[in-house]
Design a protein around this ligand. Structure first.
Ligand SMILES: O=C(CO)[C@H](O)[C@H](O)COP(=O)(O)O
Length: 218
């Protein structure tokens, strides 16, 4: 199984973002955390910042929308060139329609599940999504501990993807480090968001390499 490592810029220095992006140039993508202080109790940035990140990033953008009004905002991130746009299942009444709009706008369509949200609805429509994000922390903040009780959900989504044959990527986000990534990979995740364990490292490229090796060996 291919392994993708996607550092989260939530843990980067926002004032030196261009240099921070260059530090993770060996990653597969950069995970871009958009937060609105409504869906989550934290606030980051919006489309203009993401447009600038898109302009200078050495790697593709994986935009994660932690916002309430996904139907209004998500397609705009696809239109500005993001490789992937992920909205939360809890933030739209019509996830299938929104995913179709993202694909039509030129990006991969992702759907995210908070820890308390079951995977059943997503599993029933896997062909609509290019990526399923199983949150392994409550969204909102970096530096939290990996929730081992999400491993069952990861296994269930992996089994469904394999049975459906859709090739949907299975992403995890929250608490991913050299000490936890093997458990997530063994459960079936193939795409790993890591914030504090990459940007908190002295050498982010080495941290990315270590995560990649640990996931591949799992
Ligand atoms: O979506 C997020 C928080 O909601 C972040 O991407 C995530 O927490 C990454 O940070 P860390 O790897 O430090 O847990």
């Amino acid at each position: 199984m291919s392994v993708r490592i996607e550092p989260s810029i939530l843990s980067a220095d926002f004032v030196n973002m261009e240099a921070e992006l260059q530090r993770i140039a060996t990653a597969d993508a950069v995970h871009v955390d958009v937060m609105d202080n409504h869906f989550v109790p934290n606030l980051t940035f919006g489309p203009e910042m993401v447009r600038r990140v898109q302009a200078v990033s050495p790697v593709p953008l994986d935009v994660h929308l932690m916002i309430t009004d996904a139907d209004r905002w998500a397609p705009g991130y696809a239109e500005l060139g993001a490789f992937s746009v992920t909205f939360h299942a809890e933030a739209t009444d019509d996830p299938l329609a929104l995913a179709a709009r993202l694909r039509a706008a030129g990006s991969r369509a992702g759907i995210a599940l908070k820890p308390g949200t079951p995977a059943d609805e997503v599993i029933a429509h896997l062909d609509a999504y290019d990526q399923v994000l199983v949150m392994t922390v409550e969204p909102g903040f970096g530096g939290q501990g990996f929730m081992d009780d999400m491993l069952g959900k990861i296994r269930a989504v992996r089994a469904a993807i394999d049975a459906a044959g859709t090739g949907t990527w299975l992403q995890v986000d929250g608490g991913i480090s050299a000490g936890t990534i093997a458990r997530a990979a063994a459960a079936g995740a193939d795409t790993f968001v890591a914030g504090s364990s990459v940007y908190g490292a002295e050498d982010p490229a080495a941290a990315i390499g270590a995560l990649r090796a640990a996931a591949a060996a799992a």
